[in-house]
Design a protein around this ligand. Sequence first.
Ligand code: PRP
Length: 263
Amino acid sequence: MSQPISATIRDPAEILEPSRSPAGQTPTVQSLLFALPKGRLAHDSLTFLERAGLSVPTDTASRKLVLPAADGSIGFVMAKPRDVPTYVEHGAADLGICGLDVVRETDRAVYEPLLLPFGHCRLCLAGPTDRSPAQVDETVDLPELGSTAASSSPEMTGTPLRYMSQPRIATEFPRLTRQFFTDRGVNAEIIALGGSVELGPILGLADLIVDIVKTGETLRLNGLVEIRTILQSQAVLLVNRTSYQLKATAINRIIERMRRLTT
Ligand code: PRP
């Protein structure tokens, strides 16, 4: 029978600050579980944690879902990015890393103590290069949702938004998309997809898309052009609200180690 994860992971206070938790002393905090996103943020997350001095799992390619750090100090869950805020909100994980885009879309009750210096991208409204003239002008251009910094890319500035009366928008971000259009008084039909939303306009399923843009290459290859930035995104550290109280010492040490790399 496999050991419960709590039995295989050591008290993080003992690992992170050995002098304050001498051998034999009863741990003052329980073990920490960290939810990391699979996919495009996985490598950068692990590299960042290592640079911050945290021990990370040695075999992240393993099919095993809960992985102890190499020194047993912290447990890691490699999760679907969309599930990371859910794990953290419910306390299934004490800490998590995922994109601000996912945090704003899932709208979970978690602490966000630190923006992390990787995973930069933007959530954009985009449409076909040869988009036909629309019938409705947007008269008020509101700021990006939950904006933390940065402005729209140059090709979008100064161009008035023009919408058809009931645009169909394909997206993996239905909540943020709904909010963007509702704020502008536009009655959009939101078509939620699980990925490859660029196919929407190509197949005639949607007029426009709202999707993540990094280099812009995917848009360009599929005959699409950015129209507006909805949200600037980057990786963010999440903390469960209760864990932040009950495991404050260990969690604050981790946050401080990370913060040193962000300033
Ligand atoms: C994202 C996004 C775009 C692509 C944009 O997909 O959905 O398809 O990256 O990147 P680019 O601007 O550098 O071309 P991702 O690979 O993260 O997978 P997903 O489609 O499952 O979201």
